[in-house]
Ligand binder design. Structure first.
Ligand code: SF4
Length: 251
């Protein structure tokens, strides 16, 4: 892993993503290295030659910049993050997400966090002090074997489910982002999330060409077909709604 400390020019960026006003990405690159990651397009802008997952630029001045930018920002919903995981392994050392949360807390902006890592539990003391915060976990399958194929360096699905349980115990708003839908069985996935989330978002694999060879090698081709996404999305929606959990299918 090539790690470089950099000084960013800006950190609180306006976003057109529905439901959010701003996004913060304290890192460029992501140590989780998901094979399907759409954010790998960032390489076009940063000039990195290493494969996605093998480089991270650390925006060491992110908390300082954020406090400066927040002087001119009074309200809005901030997404953390949109092209990196705010709790990827390097966050343990650099604590940039934590320091950005401290600044957002002082400004009392609303926050929407999305991660794959139980490292977020470290910041529970901050979460509890926000007026409005939601913590989401990307849970792309119920099957650890499938996770290892497509997300070789991310924390286990079980550890994410346990983290959701811990957040729930502390009455933090939670959601699951089932996207992209990797090969999965809706029944056990819904059972494992039952009682742990306030809502669910579901998305398909949006960049099939990127991962076609991986599916083929693992003999999983049928899970890239349109029918799979349509039928599995529908079944997930029905099963979650039966449990009283609202669902947004975003494809
Ligand atoms: S955790 Fe998110 S940002 Fe990181 S590699 Fe996976 S999909 Fe990309």
């Amino acid at each position: 892993m090539k790690v470089k400390e950099i000084f960013a020019k800006t950190i609180l960026t306006k976003t057109a993503i529905p439901g959010f006003d701003y996004c913060i990405n304290p890192y460029v690159g992501c140590g989780h290295g998901c094979r399907y990651c759409y954010a790998s397009f960032m390489k076009r802008f940063t000039g990195h030659l290493e494969p996605w997952g093998q480089f991270v630029d650390v925006k060491v001045n992110a908390p300082y910049l954020l406090r400066k930018q927040l002087k001119r920002t009074r309200h809005g919903v901030v997404a953390l993050s949109t092209v990196t995981d705010p709790y990827q392994p390097l966050e343990r050392k650099y604590q940039l997400t934590r320091k950005c949360l401290e600044a957002l807390l002082d400004a009392q902006l609303s926050v929407d966090l999305l991660t794959r890592s139980p490292l977020c539990l470290r910041d529970m003391d901050l979460f509890k002090r926000f007026k409005r915060i939601e913590v989401g976990f990307s849970i792309t399958t119920h099957d650890e074997r499938i996770k290892r194929i497509f997300e070789p360096c991310s924390p286990s699905i079980l550890s994410r489910v346990k983290a959701l349980r811990a957040l729930r115990r502390e009455k933090i708003g939670t959601y699951a982002f089932i996207g992209p839908m990797l090969p999965l069985d809706p029944k056990p996935l819904v059972a494992m999330l039952d009682g742990l989330i306030d809502e669910v978002l579901i998305d398909r694999m949006n960049y099939p060409n990127k991962v076609k060879a991986i599916y083929r090698k693992a003999k999983l081709d049928q899970y890239l077909e349109e029918d799979y996404f349509r039928m599995t999305g529908r079944e997930l929606k029905e099963r979650f709604e039966k449990k009283g959990i609202p669902v947004s299918v975003i494809f």
